[in-house]
Design a protein around this ligand. Structure first.
Ligand code: GAR
Length: 213
């Protein structure tokens, strides 16, 4: 078996996706070790989740820098002391500099609450409802410098119910996220995923379409 993948998670808030990954590591489904959880917000509940799981937590507030480049450089410096194999963005609500993204090229994943490439950016659930879409979902993708545009690895889809509220949709999308993110992280930890020239390789073969849960 491969050596456990050293996983470092970046969060800004509740950290329910972090929790799903913690649970999958603890149950042995992910061959990994969570080496640290970083947050840009001191009050992120995800830090509590990390503490409860015995994972080191670090807070690096943007206000200490007020300069995107300096902030991201400080983040890289602090992150790299943990020598991670994989960076997992789990609700880390900051736009990263190209320098940061390129430093972790091919070893940084993000989860986004939409069926990418549709609905990049914020407030996806409301925009999906306003547009009268019939389906919605979540996507795990490799991170590239352009926001929410990296090659998609895995998606989970749901049909939108008639009269479904935004809150109901948010909750159902979270359930999907908690399934797809640990699965994609498991694939990465098992060395089944790679990024080559902007294309996802799964078991060494180009993924022509995202996998579906
Ligand atoms: C998740 O729904 C994730 O998809 C979203 O933030 C939420 C974090 O929830 N991320 C983005 O919108 C990134 N563009 P969590 O803190 O409970 O995991």
């Amino acid at each position: 078996m491969n050596s456990p993948c050293r996983i470092l998670v970046l969060i800004s808030g509740n950290g329910s996706n972090l929790q799903a990954i913690i649970d999958s590591v603890q149950s042995g489904q992910i061959n990994g070790k969570l080496v640290a959880v970083f947050s840009n917000k001191a009050d992120a509940y995800g830090l509590k989740r990390a503490e409860l799981a015995g994972i080191p937590g670090e807070v690096i507030p943007y206000a200490d820098f007020n300069d995107r480049q300096k902030y991201d450089q400080a983040l890289v410096k602090a992150i790299d002391t943990y020598q991670p194999d994989l960076i997992v963005l789990a609700g880390f609500m900051r736009i990263l500099t190209d320098e940061f993204v390129n430093h972790y090229a091919g070893r940084m994943l993000n989860i986004h609450p939409s069926l990418l490439p549709k609905y990049k950016g914020l407030n996806t659930h409301k925009r999906v409802l306003d547009a009268g879409e019939k389906e919605h979902g979540a996507s795990v993708h490799f991170v590239v410098p352009e926001l929410d545009s990296g090659p998609v690895i895995l998606q989970g889809k749901i049909s939108i119910a008639e009269n479904e509220t935004e809150q109901q949709l948010i909750e159902r999308i979270h359930e999907i996220e908690h399934k797809i993110y640990p699965k994609a992280v498991r694939w990465f930890a098992d060395r089944r995923l790679a990024l080559s020239k902007g294309i996802v390789l799964f078991d060494n073969k180009p993924l022509t379409q995202p996998k579906l849960l």
